[in-house]
Design a protein around this ligand. Structure first.
Ligand SMILES: C[S@@+](CC[C@H](N)C(=O)[O-])C[C@H]1O[C@@H](n2cnc3c(N)ncnc32)[C@H](O)[C@@H]1O
Length: 263
């Protein structure tokens, strides 16, 4: 591991070069807009899928703001190194505590909103977490790379570790976009039809019922009769029964939780 920080670091003009990028030419910014800050080695992959459809429109309308902070800018020496070999040996590289700390201080400062490191070791992301994050005024996300991030910086800043699931990706950027997508769609005004959020999977602790639309007969398969009966009470009961059936079949863990919450 290289121990001595490069002398060039002191001359690094972080403020000038690390200014968050204005990603969508955001003309508007609504009061109380949610601010998403992402510390990443790949700022060019943002907004990515978040720039499409409803979230893209909400970004342009100023309902949320996106700042990417290029971790490279805070690197050491002429080559702006951000990583080094793992203490104790072994494969791969680890993101340096000092480099990440500079980026966090710049990006997060004294913000009171959550500071999150996307990490397979973290608490699994779920709808309850998305709801919690959506009530904040913003979030700072760290997208990891290599073998991960030096533990000392995680401990020092009290960083919350969040996982997208029990699998390993090459970097945290996709995980950050997934977290933001699920969070931002819960913000007021982002999705036109708020009622559609209420019936979704997980909102009542159950998976969603099956959905159908036209044509009424497709390749000999028809829509369940009750859905075209016009009887709203029967439709609601059918949906509820199907949601319970699917949850029992597919997610015994969720079903057990549901039975505990609503005995
Ligand atoms: C190759 S992974 C590091 C995996 C790490 N060595 C481990 O075994 O836990 C590089 C980065 O991708 C991101 N990443 C990979 N899988 C992820 C997941 N399931 N959820 C969230 N972030 C993930 C994290 O930011 C991680 O630091």
């Amino acid at each position: 591991m290289s121990k001595t920080p490069s002398k060039s670091h002191g001359r690094l003009s972080i403020q000038a070069s690390a200014a968050p990028r204005d990603l969508m030419g955001q003309a508007k910014s609504v009061r109380g807009a949610f601010t998403a800050k992402i510390i990443t080695l790949f700022p060019e992959v943002f907004p990515g899928v978040l720039g499409a459809s409803l979230l893209g429109k909400a970004l342009q309308d100023g309902l949320w703001k996106l700042d990417t902070i290029d971790l490279r800018t805070f690197g050491e020496g002429k080559h702006r190194n951000v990583d080094d070999t793992p203490a104790g040996g072994g494969a791969g590289m680890v993101l340096r505590a000092d480099v990440m700390a500079r980026a966090i201080k710049f990006a997060h400062g004294r913000a009171r909103h959550p500071l999150v490191f996307m990490s397979p070791r973290g608490r699994p992301f779920d709808q309850a977490m998305a709801e919690r994050f959506s009530k904040e005024d913003g979030i700072t996300l760290i997208a990891g790379r290599f073998e991960g991030l030096d533990q000392r910086v995680i401990d020092h800043f009290g960083i919350e570790e969040v996982s997208l699931g029990d699998f390993v990706m090459t970097g945290g950027e996709i995980a950050a976009q997934a977290l933001l997508d699920a969070t931002l769609r819960l913000r007021p005004g982002v999705i036109g039809n708020a009622a559609s959020l209420e019936e979704e999977s997980f909102s009542a602790g159950l998976l969603e019922h099956p959905q159908y639309t036209r044509p009424a007969d497709w390749e000999g398969q028809t829509i369940p009769e009750v859905l075209t009966s016009g009887d709203h009470g029967k439709v609601a009961k059918w949906r509820r029964d199907e949601a319970e059936r699917l949850t029992q079949e597919r997610r015994p863990d969720l079903w057990a939780q549901f039975k505990r919450d609503f005995p």
